[in-house]
Design a protein around this ligand. Structure first.
Ligand code: FES
Length: 129
């Protein structure tokens, strides 16, 4: 799979995020500072599997079910689990990544955590992560 770079955004308060969801590229415009998990869920691009869609830690960085792959322009991990996963080439926790630059994201097509990933699912939680 090729990961094209996101195109620059004209707005200083948003960043472009390109997301590959197993078959299609999606171009999102995300307000700076938005956590990637929240941005994905708002666009019905869930990082979760069917079961973890409702059984997760709501973005607290505890359950490790919101992992995604990032392109080469990814920010350095600041959250301890993300530092460890990045060190070993594992997926990054989307709930611990505040969007502050153009990003390329790949939802994991073969994700198996208590079942397969769900396309088009979203949640109604009002948290910020
Ligand atoms: S939602 Fe639990 S670690 Fe990200």
């Amino acid at each position: 799979m090729t990961c094209p770079s996101p195109t620059p955004d004209a707005s200083p308060n948003t960043d472009p995020v390109r997301v590959h969801d197993e078959s299609t590229w999606h171009q999102l415009t995300v307000p700076v500072g938005t956590y990637l998990r929240r941005a994905l869920l708002r666009h019905d691009l869930s990082p979760y599997t069917r079961r973890t869609q409702s059984l997760n830690c709501d973005g607290r960085g505890l359950c490790a079910t919101c992992g995604v792959r990032l392109g080469e322009n990814a920010p350095s991990p600041t959250h301890r689990p993300n530092r460890l996963t990045a060190q070993y080439g594992s997926p990054r926790l989307s709930c611990q990544i505040a969007v502050d630059r153009p990003l390329t994201v790949s939802l994991r097509p073969n994700k198996r955590i208590w079942g397969a990933r769900v396309l088009g699912a979203h949640e109604d939680a009002d948290d910020s992560r």
